[in-house]
Design a protein around this ligand. Sequence first.
Ligand code: SF4
Length: 440
Amino acid sequence: APAPPPARHLFSDPAEIEALRGNLLAWYDKCKRDLPWRTLAAAELDADRRAYAVWVSEIMLQQTQVATVIDYYNRWMQKWPTLQALAQASLEVSVAGSGCSPCPRGASSNTAPCLLEQEVNELWAGLGYYSRGKRLQEAARKVVSELAGRMPRTAEDLQKLLPGVGRYTAGAIASIAYGQATGVVDGNVIRVLCRLRCIGADSSSPAVIDRLWDMANALVDKSRPGDFNQALMELGATVCVPKAPLCGECPVKQHCRARSRKLFGKPTPVPDVEDCGDGCCPLCPPATEPWDSSLGVTNFPRKAAKKQPRAVRTATCVLERRGCHGAPEYLIVQRPSSGLLAGLWEFPSLPLDQGLQEEKQREALADHLQAWTGWPVVARSLRLIGEVVHIFSHIHQTYVVYSLPLDRDVTLDPALSPSRWVTEEEFHASAVSTAMKKVL
Ligand code: SF4
């Protein structure tokens, strides 16, 4: 077994743990934000409904700010207030050649979207990381069809039995909805714990993450685990924030070793090898990047240097025609059902080789568009509109936007990817990505 970490990085005094729990919970009771999923979880008597409400909020909150999520959450819960309601809504899975399987509303042509299946994607559009909506629905179906509509009752079973539910989400649902005394570790908790215990080794490394889970499980309040976990996350979101933490207002400041280090640590005119002695501590900052007194508590946590996002250029064309009432209509096509932005709709688009000249871009795009128009497109008829940049977590995406007004009708080929004509209003109501909304 690995040697236990040095005491400086642990909570080993039971009296201190008790005091920390009490201080944190008292602060939470006074200062917590009113959030719809908290209200629902506190008032709902049915454990399955409670778990569902927490689950939806946790999935939406992954990589998305609370302020953005609230509105989506309310609309989602209004539309699918229970697991059963969600399980019945079918996801937009129609892909070229496979069709819906089977579509309860009888949509069979793959040039028309399955109405039922696009509901989930449309509601999710704008939240990003679209596969989350799809997985949530798959898991709901599983609970209804294989688990008799009953949510698993422990963190271990939630993680084991539900697709898309990881250790964090399982811990959050189990502690908040069922009162199981189990900790959670998310980005906010990582920051708070690393500061409380001066953990400066790479906070994304498995060794550090394992230690933080041990610590979260040891700290969690046994009588109010859901509130304790939410309090720790709330502290990270509102007080112990990444750049300028409000240490003066912090309810656990007396337990914070990063703060003591900042206030009382010796000045460091020469790099020192942290405080654990020989420079080999697995939880201290690496000897090559010692404590920087100008950073104060924000010395913690630390991450290994991020990989640069990959640069991708894509040509995209807004094909426009006059609809029957004279209003413009635009052609949108559906992306494959897996990979980036799976199943969402976009203008016909084509990834470009790096460094391709504009003339070559036009030619490649014109060839590509022929598949949808059914007749040759002249490259010079494409009008270059400009560029739209969208940053995904790992991709720096540039769309080179062209437009092409059509003066004759186009018969869409059902053998191709699903495609359809939409008005501007329909476009914005469709399951299109934020990047495509920027294009129009
Ligand atoms: Fe974070 Fe400051 Fe509180 Fe420490 S004292 S936990 S650094 S806000």
